[in-house]
Design a protein around this ligand. Structure first.
Ligand SMILES: NC(=O)c1ccc[n+]([C@@H]2O[C@H](COP(=O)([O-])OP(=O)(O)OC[C@H]3O[C@@H](n4cnc5c(N)ncnc54)[C@H](O)[C@@H]3O)[C@@H](O)[C@H]2O)c1
Length: 362
C-alpha cells in the first residue's frame, strides 16, 4: 500500500489524466497545489503520456494504465491507493466519433462511470465513521454543457436547473452518467459533486477538435473545414481556467451539488476560425504572403449539430469565488503560440499515429 506524505493533503485519483483536460488538471495540482495524484488512464488515441512529462518525476505523481470498465482492476486500485477524492474525467469525448461508433461511448462513459462509482461506494462505506467525519471524501464527476442540448435563441443561458436534452450519442452518454452519479448520491448517500462545463481550448488538445485542427491544418497548408455556415455558437474556456475550477469544486464544492463552468466567451465557429487566421497572418505569415483565410472551405454540417451553448457560471463564482482568468483573445494567442512551439514535437508525435486531420462523423 502507498503511504500518504502528509495527512493534510488529499490523495486524488484522476481518471483520464493523460487526456486534454485531465493533463492540464494534473499539471496544475502538481505544479501549484500540495496534493498527491494517481492518474488512471487506458491511454486510448486521446491519452498521451507526453502531456504529463513535465510532472512525471514528481514524487506526488503516480500513473496506472487501466480501463475504467475493468471492475477488478479498478477495485484493486481503489483498495491500494485509498483516494479521498476521485476526479472522474476519463471519457470518449469527440462528438464526430460518437456518430461513427457509439459503442465505445456507451461503455466508457456509462459503464465506466458506474464501475468507478461502485468502487468508490465500497471504499467510502468501509471507512470508519471517524475517517468519514475527519477527511473530505468525494466523487467528482466531470461533465459537459452539451447535456443541456440546444439553445434556440441568442440570450438564454444554461443554469444548473436547465432540463437535459442531449442531441448526440456523446452528450446522451454523458447525460446518462450524470444521472447515475446523482442517483448514487440520492439513493446510497455517496458524496458526489458534478460539474458541467463549456467547450475548452488550449495546449495539448488532440487535433480533431476545432481549434487545434484549424491551427495545424493552416500551418500544414490544408483546407480549413467549416461545418455548415459556421454560425454555431460555443462558450470557449481556456483549459487552465477549467482546471482551477475543477480543483475548487473537488476540494470545496457542496456535496450533492452541480456547478456549471463557462468562459463568458461566446463565439461563432466562423469567428473563431477567422481570429486564428488573423493571428497566424501576423505571427507566422504564409510563404506566399496571402491570408490563411484563403484555406477556409465550407463542408456539410454535422448531423444533429447544436446551434448554441452558453453557460451561466454565477453559482461557482458566488459560492467558490471562481472566475476565468483568460479572455478569448489572451487564451487563443497563448494556444497558437504553444502549437507553433510544439509543432515538431508533441503535435508531430500525435499525428504520426492513426489520426491525420481527416473529417469524421459524416
Ligand atoms: N473538451 C471539452 O471541451 C470538454 C468540455 C466539458 C467537459 N468535458 C469532459 O471532460 C472530460 C475530459 O475531456 P477531454 O477533452 O480532456 O477528453 P480527452 O478525449 O482529451 O481525454 C480522455 C482521456 O480519457 C482516457 N480514456 C478514455 N477511455 C478510457 C477508459 N475506458 N478507461 C480509462 N481511460 C480512458 C483517454 O485515454 C484520455 O486520456 C470528459 O469527461 C469530457 O466529457 C470536456
Amino acid at each position: 500500500m502507498l503511504n500518504s506524505l502528509d495527512h493534510n493533503m488529499n490523495r486524488i485519483l484522476i481518471t483520464g489524466g493523460a487526456g486534454f483536460i485531465g493533463s492540464a488538471l494534473s499539471r496544475y495540482i502538481i505544479g501549484e497545489r500540495k496534493d498527491e495524484i494517481l492518474i488512471v488512464d487506458k491511454l486510448t488515441y486521446a491519452g498521451n503520456l507526453e502531456s504529463l512529462k513535465s510532472i512525471s518525476n514528481d514524487k506526488r505523481y503516480k500513473f496506472e494504465k487501466a480501463d475504467i470498465c475493468d471492475k477488478k482492476a479498478i477495485e484493486d486500485i481503489f483498495v491500494d491507493y485509498k483516494p479521498n477524492i476521485v476526479m472522474h474525467l476519463a471519457a470518449e469525448s469527440h462528438v464526430d466519433r460518437s456518430i461513427d461508433s457509439p459503442s465505445d461511448f456507451i461503455n466508457t462513459n456509462i459503464i465506466g462511470t458506474y464501475t468507478l462509482l461502485e468502487s468508490f461506494r465500497k471504499l467510502y462505506f468501509n471507512l470508519s465513521e471517524e475517517e468519514r467525519a475527519t477527511k473530505r471524501h468525494i466523487f467528482h464527476h466531470v461533465s459537459t454543457d452539451e447535456v443541456y442540448g440546444d439553445l434556440d435563441d441568442d440570450i438564454s443561458l444554461f443554469t444548473e436547473d436547465t432540463k437535459y436534452s442531449p442531441s448526440s450519442p456523446y452528450s446522451a452518454s454523458k447525460a446518462s452518467s450524470d444521472h447515475i452519479v446523482r442517483a448514487w448520491n440520492r439513493t446510497f448517500k455517496v458524496p458526489i459533486v458534478v460539474t458541467n462545463c463549456s467547450n475548452n481550448y488550449g495546449p495539448y488538445h488532440f487535433p480533431e477538435k476545432l481549434i487545434p485542427l484549424i491551427i495545424l491544418s493552416a500551418l500544414n497548408g490544408k483546407d480549413l473545414p467549416i461545418y455548415g455556415a459556421g454560425d454555431q455558437i460555443r462558450d470557449w474556456l481556456y483549459v487552465d481556467d477549467h482546471a482551477r475550477a475543477l480543483y475548487k469544486v473537488a476540494v470545496d464544492g457542496r456535496v450533492g451539488e452541480t456547478y456549471n463552468i463557462g468562459g463568458h466567451n461566446e463565439k461563432k465557429n466562423i469567428d473563431v476560425v477567422h481570429k486564428i487566421c488573423e493571428i497566424l497572418d501576423e505571427i507566422k505569415k504564409r510563404v506566399d504572403g496571402k491570408s490563411y483565410k484563403e484555406q477556409i472551405i465550407f463542408v456539410k454540417d454535422r448531423p444533429g449539430h447544436d446551434r448554441r451553448y452558453a453557460i451561466d457560471a454565477s453559482k461557482i463564482h458566488k459560492e467558490l469565488n471562481w472566475l476565468p482568468e483568460e479572455t478569448f483573445e489572451t487564451g487563443i494567442l497563448k494556444t497558437i503560440e504553444w502549437y507553433l512551439a510544439n509543432k515538431d514535437s508533441w503535435c508531430k508525435n500525435i499525428l504520426d499515429g492513426s489520426y491525420k486531420l481527416e473529417r469524421l462523423g459524416i
